[in-house]
Design a protein around this ligand. Structure first.
Ligand code: FAD
Length: 172
């Protein structure tokens, strides 16, 4: 059985150049890159912390930044920046040396990601679910979100999200 949900007007609760749906490490890192280029950037996260699988699923062993033979650094950028911060504060360690895996403190990672968001002027909305996108002429214009303030839309110049079966797309 199905029921009909009537359409309704939504308030526009924000206006951003870049909106990232999902506050995983990769989501936040993409947002920080955009913010560093001068774009007004929002991250929408359904739970109460950043980090995605790394924090929410307690993935606290991160693989090496180096190639398997240990000769060449093949991962850098914000992954390396985050790990350097955690190493400085003693919240990450490399028990088998500089070219091997890291073990890190999940709670310290949450705080570090919050700090990185704040320092880079990335706005974050926690406990907020990305529900649908609105499009105009095939182009995404708004992300529809829901949180304790209700349902609203944020204007998104560019939207980054993971494809999800739950996401709804509505042409205006
Ligand atoms: C136990 C485990 C171990 C792993 N080990 C490794 C490893 O050793 N090496 C490796 O490379 N990879 C590993 N992975 C895989 C890696 O974690 C994932 O590939 C990576 O996290 C995917 O990143 P992501 O940014 O796509 O999304 P995720 O990290 O999955 O984050 C998605 C984020 O989006 C949020 N979200 C989802 N839907 C919505 C919505 N509708 N509205 C708002 N927010 C939403 C979620 O809450 C979450 O914060 C592991 C994964 C797990 C679970």
């Amino acid at each position: 059985m199905t029921v009909y949900e009537p359409s309704r007007e939504l308030p526009v609760s924000g206006d951003y150049d870049v909106v990232v749906a999902g506050g995983s490490c990769t989501g936040l890192f993409a947002a920080i890159r955009a913010a560093r280029l001068g774009y007004r950037t929002l991250v929408v996260e359904r739970y109460n912390c950043l980090g995605g699988a790394a924090t929410l699923a307690l993935v606290n062993v991160w693989h090496s930044l180096y190639s398997t033979d240990g000769r060449e650094q093949i991962i850098a950028g914000l992954t390396s920046e985050t790990l350097e911060r955690l190493m400085r504060t003693g919240d990450a360690e490399q028990p088998n040396g500089k070219t091997r895996h890291y073990i890190l403190d999940t709670e310290a990672l949450k705080l570090t990601l919050d700090q990185l968001a704040g320092e880079n002027s990335v706005t974050t909305l926690f406990d907020t679910r990305a529900c649908a996108v609105l499009t105009d002429g095939g182009r995404v214009t708004h992300l529809v979100i829901e949180n304790k303030s209700g349902r609203s839309a944020v204007r998104a110049g560019v939207l980054k999200c993971r494809p999800s079966r739950g996401a709804d797309r509505r042409d205006r």
